[in-house]
Design a protein around this ligand. Sequence first.
Ligand SMILES: Cc1cc2nc3c(=O)[nH]c(=O)nc-3n(C[C@H](O)[C@H](O)[C@H](O)COP(=O)(O)OP(=O)(O)OC[C@H]3O[C@@H](n4cnc5c(N)ncnc54)[C@H](O)[C@@H]3O)c2cc1C
Length: 443
Amino acid sequence: MSLERNLSLWADSVNPSNYPTLDQNLDLDIAIIGGGFSGLWSAFHLIAGDPNLKIAIFEARHLGFGASGRNGGWVSSDYPVSKNVLTKRIGKNAAAAIFAALKASINEIGNFANEFAAEANFTSGGSIIFARNPGQVTRLKAGEDADHRWLSKSELAEKILIADSIGALHTPASAVVNPMELLLGLARHLTKKGVAIYENSAATIADSGQLLVGSNLVRAPRIINGVEVFRSAPREQIPLYSLMVATEPLSTQFWREVGNIDRATFAEGSHLINYAQRTADNRLAIGGRGARYPFKSKRSSAIENSSKTHEALRNLTRRWFPQLKDIKFTHSWGGAIAITRDWEPYVRWDNQRGYGELGGYAGDGMTMTYLAGKAMAAEVSDNQSEIRDLHFVNRRSRNWEIEPIRYLAINALVKLTNLSDVEERFTKKPSLINRIIEPVTLR
Ligand SMILES: Cc1cc2nc3c(=O)[nH]c(=O)nc-3n(C[C@H](O)[C@H](O)[C@H](O)COP(=O)(O)OP(=O)(O)OC[C@H]3O[C@@H](n4cnc5c(N)ncnc54)[C@H](O)[C@@H]3O)c2cc1C
């Protein structure tokens, strides 16, 4: 595990959690490994179904050490694979069921946050993916549907003013949060419901199947592994890095000019993924991909903090908002996301072994962890629930290629993705490079 601290704006803005370290053997009904949203939402749904369950969560470092405490705070209805691709893969009804469940999950997370984690400032402002060249317009318009409406240049400018933007795809089904505050509010709620939380308590499952936390034995007939990208399964999922920067709080005058009063999350519709939010304290927090994939899927703190990628994000901020050319950036950080070969998440439960795992959210985990945790709880408790029929429950993606093919191919794709954006800027048409690499990336 990386020894890096969580350097995110969010970690910097909260009082650190201080749960005990396990120092004795323990008997439980259910043990959960991992103190991120996968682990905590699984516990949330389990204890809601049966308040008498004896559940404990074990976190190796501290709550939110992983992606849950470092992310862009988009609580979106996005699935890692686009609606069009998913519909082709599994059919209209099965795809629609997933997107409907994601939309419902946003509301449920909002209800929870408003009641138990007000500090997370959950705000349902929708989401805007804007175009800054005609190639992006063509691609974004292909995503128009009942939930995603096209905004003209002037309609967009009424919502948010971004330099050279010429239109946008807008969806109301999206919200924004401070993810660390949401996680800590969730932890407080779980503790009140009787769920035990242990920090600095790394868990290992011995070959015998026994669960060890430090040198303590934890006897639990059911174990949920919610460590996502920290799970060592190099051909099942790869770590890719997403990095972020945040500015100092920006002036009232800047926000008066730019708008975005309802704190809609926003991004440019480029091939290289980027994402931004206006924070509750009026900063810009902007993230994006582009950092290289580490050989043999070995997590790397050097890539997590790539100064080149951080600088690219600062430049992106200045391109969108030229008036910020002298602004101070106060935070820069990064984290790994887990990507399966077909970019789809997994929730797997083996009743005979009493063991389950969930993850593979590919950077869309804020809503998916809630839904995956709910599906996991239904599986573990063997509840009759439609959620167990969702396509990502109890399935396995095919394996990633062996090294060094994986390393060479993925890093070539990262570079080509960048080039596709340059091509679109110059040709003003959807990228030909992307048309060639799209079937390989399988998104
Ligand atoms: C920079 C960045 C931006 C992102 N932006 C967004 C966004 O805006 N919207 C969105 O939907 N998603 C986003 N994501 C993805 C999202 O954050 C993740 O999908 C989600 O947080 C995964 O949650 P998790 O609980 O599965 O994993 P994690 O949050 O990584 O939690 C796993 C935990 O397990 C712990 N652990 C590891 N090994 C052990 C062990 N042996 N014993 C005990 N504990 C262990 C780790 O310390 C960690 O705390 C982003 C991710 C990153 C990195």
